[in-house]
Ligand binder design. Sequence first.
Ligand code: HEM
Length: 500
Amino acid sequence: MISEWVSFMMFYLLAAVFSAFLAYCLYLRHVHQKYDHLPGPPRDNFLLGHIPSFRRAMKSKSLLHDSFLQWGEKYGPVYRMNSFHYVMIMVHCPEATKTIMMSPKYLKDPFVYKRLFNLFGKRFLGNGLITAVDHDTWYRQRRIMDPAFSSSYLRGSMGTFNEMSERLMDKLEEIAEMKTPAVMHDLVNCVTLDVICKVAFGVDLNFLMQTDSPFQNAVELCLKGMVLDIRDPFFRLFPKNWKIIQQVKDAAELLRKTGHKWIQNRKTAVENGEDVPQDILTQILRTADEEKVTNAKDDELMLDNFVTFFIAGQETTANQLSFAIMELGRHPEIYKRAKAEVDEVLGTKRDISYEDLGKFTYLSQVLKETLRLYPTAPGTNRWLHEDMVINGLRVPGGCSVAFSSYVSQRLEMFFKDPLKFDPERFDVNAPKPYYCYYPFSLGPRICLGQVFSQMEAKVVLAKLLQRFEFSLVPGQSFSIKDTGTLRPMSGVICNIKACS
Ligand code: HEM
């Protein structure tokens, strides 16, 4: 009797699962029909859509963004990709880029950004500035954070930019004396970490003097975890990946614990009436005050933004610097011109002033061109809630629209001979790129740290050109590695010699 009942239940259970699966397949077919008039690469399979292609690209160590670029060249400025029932439309059409990105009406895609709330289940970027999708939640934070990025505050940070870059110069002098090659990416990475710690949080950690810092490793692991978690929905299912997943979770925990400690120290300093800088940390405390929610939530939001600034503001700039050094090393004539400009502006002066930065015209062009070929944060997504005609094609609402600066900035239709590193493209007399160049994103959600990062990059690069001659060690790769941000595969290994 019992076995009959069990068989009966099993039958109904299986029938229910089968019906649910069938219903899902029908829904999927409906989604496909809704978007299949748009061009796009053939799906790998009905259920998974293009996920196997993404996984193959990630496993083969080829750059997924290069696949997006090839598809962009083949299928045009609007093309479709599927992952289960999720539809993502790649758009590289300037008018649509302008309409969507410049309007606060099109929110960030919750499917992408809510997934960064946690990293493998551990709270990570939460509701901080990058991931807040809801307009009001985001706007309240952005408004409070703005003063920490005002020109007057940044002008006051020139001392720190100089001081931290001087540490790099000291380190490079040691390396030059020892006549050993310098891994430039590791070195500039320490500088940008030191800068963000000091300018944003008032803490001096001197990463250049540390070897194998757990904090530095944690930032790197979290970035890697972001890519694995977002791009491969099956990653967490395989036991062989559980070790790295645990390491990523521990790394996220370490970042948040550090944030907690620094926030408490600052709160104590404020309570004791100490004079505290009006830096990013002070603004983070203010955002929590304004939210006027429970204490526990206050702390979580503050930690979200603490982690956000490390993730957004450090590797992106370090990678830009490494790519710039790599390209200068590959192009002696560009190197010479940039150095001549630096020598003319600085002479033998040690400290770079805010006014000097405005005189580095050619160096700015080099940095802009670096971000054209190597946009270190290579794209953004918006949610299309309503139907829209893009480039003559009707795109039904209810899908994600992806804007890849990597693709757009490497398309021949926008940039002639796109793989050529040519700072002349950004000459003051050259035509301005029209909504096809956006390494810092565009519109209301544009990078908050754009000016900060470019001031920092100019100070580091100008000092490097002023004090040292560098050349690339032959035989290294010039490929790009995708670790959440884009960075040079080789680490940019240079022979360094102090200028006489
Ligand atoms: C070369 C360096 C940098 C590049 C290429 C870069 C690029 C970007 C991009 C593309 C976004 C949009 C992300 C998205 O929509 O998902 C963004 C947002 C952001 N970035 Fe940067 N970034 C850089 C440096 C910095 C620095 C130094 C800071 C802070 C000190 C910073 C803080 C932020 C913040 C807070 C946001 C979110 C803005 C918002 O939504 O209101 N970034 N950045």
